[in-house]
Structures are given as C-alpha cells and as structure tokens.
Design a protein around this ligand. Sequence first.
Ligand code: ADP
Ligand code: MG
Length: 393
Amino acid sequence: MASLVRVSATGLRTLDDLGDVAGQRVLVRVDFNVPLDDGAVADDTRIRLAIPTLQALRERGARLLLVSHLGRPKGPDPQWSLRPIADHLAGLLGEEVVLAPGLGDVPAGELVMLENIRFEAGETKNDPALAARLGALADAYVNDAFGSAHRAHASTEGIVHHVERSVAGLLFAREVQTLARLLDEPRRPLVAVLGGAKAGDKIGVINRFLEIADTLLLGGGMSYPFFAVSGRRIGRSLCDEAGLEAARDVLARPGTEGRLRLPVDLVVADDFSADARLRVSDPIDVDDDWEAIDIGPRTRELYARAIREAGTVFWNGPVGAFEIEPFAAGTHAIARAVAETEAITVVGGGDSGAALTRFGLQDRVTHLSTGGGAALEFIEGRVLPGVAALTGP
Ligand code: ADP
Ligand code: MG
C-alpha cells in the first residue's frame, strides 16, 4: 500500500494524495443516479457536479473507468441502463464515452463507463469477489459519490481493499469538509432549520443539533407532534407514533429549552389541495377537520430574523407542503432568508434542494449538499463506510 500524505483536517485522502496517474486506469465511482424522463436525463445536476473531478484526472493523463448505479434494479434490466447517461455525459464533454456492457468486457480507452453496477448482484452485498474484480480493473480508485457513502457496497467500500491507492474526488471532499466544519468549528451563532414530513425520521439529526447549535428552528410536519405532546389540538395534521415518541424524547432532554424553537403560528387548510380554504392558527389550536400545512406569517418573520443574524446556517427539510403553490410561502421565506444572510449556508436534502431550485436560489448558498441521507447520517455522527474507507494514511 503506497503511503499517502494527509492533507485535510478530516484525514480524508484527496486527489492531492493520489500521486502520478499518467497513462494509468483510474476507476471513478460517480453518482449518476439522476432522474430520467422518457429515456432522457431530466436533471443533470449530479453529472455536472462530477465533471471537475473527471477533468482534473484527465489533465493528469489518467484513463477513466466510470462506475455508477441507477435506480434499484435487481439484476440486468435494460430499463435501468446507463446508456442515456453515457450519451448525456458525452454531450457535456464533447467527446466519446464508451459504455462497457459488463465487467468481463471493459475496453481500453480514455473514457469508459461501466454499465449500471447494480446489475451485479454482489454490489449491494459488498461481495469481496465483486470488489476484487472491480479493483483488478484499476490502478487507482477515486470516489466522488458522497451520496452513496453511507452504504458499504462493493463499489463504494469493498473495492478500497483491492486497489493500491484510493482517494476522495473533489465533490466528495468538499461535502465532507463542509459538513465537518459545520459540526466542529462553525462560525457562531450556528442556526439549524429542520423541516420535512416526519420527526421520527430525523430524531438523530435533531438531537445532534440540540448539542451543537445555538438555535434549532423546527418547522413542517415534524413540528406537529411537539404541539400534540404539549396538549395542543393539531386536528388532522401529520403526526404518527414515532413522531410523538421523538417529540417526548427531545422535550425531556436537558438544555432543550432556550435552543429549540417551534412555530408560533401555522397556516391550516381544510383540504390537502391547491383550492383548499386556508387560515392562520395563532395561537396554535387546529380544529378537528383542518390540518397544518405551513408555518404562519409571524413564524416566517421570526425564523428569517434568526437566519439573518446567524454566523452559520444549516437547513434541511421544507417547513410546509411547498410543492403546492398556496402552501409554499413559509419554505420560500426560509429559502430567501438563507439566500440573503451573510452567514455560511449549507443546505442538505433532496426536497430542500428542490425547493431552492424551484425558487431560483440554488446558486445563492455556500454549499448545496448532494449528500441526502449520507449527509444526515454524517451529521448524526455515524461512521459512513465510504468515508471511513478513504480516511487515514
Ligand atoms: P428533505 O428531502 O429535504 O430531507 P423531507 O424528505 O424530510 O425533506 O421532507 C420533505 C417533504 O415534507 C416535502 O415533500 C413536503 O411537502 C413535506 N412536508 C413538510 N411539511 C408538510 C406539511 N405540513 N404537510 C404535509 N407535508 C409536509
Ligand atoms: Mg426527501
């Protein structure tokens, strides 16, 4: 195993540690799991984000073998072929991308993409035999798929044990460094905004921010169980047993008061549809046939002010059902405040990212994470197998 110099505070090995790759084959794990529409790439954000790493390696003379998954096929399935993605990448780069149909048939070439790695049964089982076959195809391994780093799969973890050199790509390293800085040395005050449908899903993230953040602003469906366990009426608002349990847990923790903030008013609707009747519930007291759908105007103002006064902001999860136009005002107000604050801003989560994009604010944040579940697990403090594999000398 070649010795690698540690350059970053996180101990993650990066492209700077890779050494000479001229004329060598580098296997690059990318996250090209993009939405398709009628066989064409519907959103190529993830593909574009990987290009700096691919270009950096090409400039150093490497021959690239790209490996990605797409969807969740249970074996070879033409519906989940990477063909449209190879074609799309070829268009972006202005050069040919050869699609290799399988591990046994990988042509030499400057730019080769392996067919969907989930066509191999051993991928999600982290089968050592598959990992060894992948490793045998490469002189070095670069992982730029942070969104898959919370899974120990053959192409994200196993392969590292079968190549001499393995490092994180530029996007992967940026994700880890940004999140590590947010957790370890944030510019204060650190304000976290957590929304989304369910508190039960994000209890680990809530608890972590109660430890490290100066202020935690809750919104969206995940806030309603907190009202329910405090004896408020929440009508038909989203709330399940796991959410109630999470809320009881959080409220029983010492130090929660003073850090945790809940909405002071809510927009409530008599139906989950664009033509529902709406009103503001202030103080919070929701009639039996109504349901909370968004934060109210006073909460928008209070949360926006906390975001404006922050040194660092982390935002995950819409604070209302923003996909439906009349219920988007709260999430729009949060997105605008995050875009306008002087703070360092980190946004994680598929739906929060989609909300930012929908409001045209995706370029107005310091870092928009592609990590999804991986970013949330990192924040919870879990060891991500894909990160651990690339950490250390
Ligand atoms: P992310 O993908 O950013 O992590 P989540 O997946 O946790 O976010 O939650 C996003 C979903 O939560 C959105 O689809 C949004 O519509 C929904 N949501 C938030 N608040 C409400 C609400 N009051 N009622 C129904 N759905 C809500
Ligand atoms: Mg989501």
